[in-house]
Design a protein around this ligand. Structure first.
Ligand code: NI
Length: 218
C-alpha cells in the first residue's frame, strides 16, 4: 500500500468508528475493527491487494440489508465517501462488488466472491461468526431480537427452509446449528481455514457443555 492509500484507510476507519460506535445489536465498531484486522492479516498471508481488502472490510456492514432502512441510499453515501477520500472509480467498483456479496443473505443465496480480495474479506467476516466472540454475539443478537437462549421444545438439528431461517424465531443455541456450525465449510482461503477449524472445535465443545449443563449432567 502507498502512503496515500494508508492515509485513506485511516481516514475511513475513523468515519466507520464514529458511525458504528454505540450500536448495540452486535454489529458494532469492534466487529468492523476485528474484521478489518483479520482481513489485513489474511490478505497479507494470501498476497491480496491490501488497500481494497482493508477498505472493503471496514465498510462491509455500512449498508447491511439486515439493519439498513434504505440500502441504496446507504450504498451511494459509501461510494461518495470513498470518492471524497480519493479512491478511484475502479477501486470503488471492486470494493462495492465485494461488499454486495459478503454478507450471509439466507440459506439459498450462498454468496460467492470472484476475487482474492473478496474471498479474504468474506473469510474475515465469517471468522468473526466462529469462536468465543461469536458465541457472545449470538446471544447478544438473540437478546436484541427477543429470542430465548435455548428452548428445549425447539429441535436443534433440523433442515430449515429459507423463510424459516430468515424469520429467525428459533433460540440462540439453535442458531449454532442453523448457521455457525456450517461456516467452517464455507471458508475460502487456506489461511482462514486453519483458524476456522480451531474455533469450530471450541464451539462444538461449548454446545456440548451447554446441553450437558442444561440437563444437570455436568
Ligand atoms: Ni459483518
Amino acid at each position: 500500500m502507498t502512503r496515500k492509500q494508508s492515509q485513506i484507510v485511516t481516514e475511513i476507519a475513523g468515519i466507520v468508528r464514529d458511525k458504528f460506535t454505540n450500536d448495540t445489536s452486535g454489529h458494532d465498531w469492534y466487529h468492523m475493527e476485528r474484521v478489518w484486522k483479520m482481513a489485513r492479516q489474511l490478505g497479507e498471508a494470501e498476497g491480496a491487494d491490501l488497500f481494497i481488502v482493508e477498505l472493503a472490510a471496514l465498510l462491509h456492514d455500512w449498508a447491511d440489508w439486515k439493519f439498513s432502512a434504505d440500502q441504496s441510499k446507504d450504498t451511494e453515501e459509501m461510494k461518495q465517501l470513498l470518492r471524497n477520500h480519493g479512491a478511484t472509480e475502479d477501486q470503488i467498483g471492486n470494493i462495492c462488488e465485494i461488499i454486495e456479496n459478503v454478507s450471509f443473505k439466507g440459506l439459498e443465496k450462498r454468496s460467492t466472491q470472484s476475487t482474492l480480495e473478496g474471498k479474504v474479506v468474506q473469510d474475515a467476516d465469517r471468522l468473526d461468526a466462529i469462536g468465543a466472540i461469536a458465541i457472545a454475539r449470538v446471544f447478544a443478537y438473540g437478546g436484541h431480537k427477543g429470542r430465548p437462549i435455548y428452548d428445549p421444545s425447539i429441535p436443534l438439528n433440523v433442515t430449515l427452509t429459507n423463510e424459516q431461517y430468515l424469520k429467525n424465531e428459533r433460540s440462540g443455541l439453535a442458531h449454532f446449528f442453523d448457521k455457525l456450525l456450517h461456516l467452517k465449510d464455507q471458508i475460502n482461503t487456506e489461511s482462514a481455514k486453519k483458524i476456522a477449524e480451531e474455533r469450530h472445535r471450541y464451539m462444538e465443545e461449548y454446545v456440548e457443555r451447554f446441553l450437558a449443563e442444561w440437563d444437570g449432567k455436568r
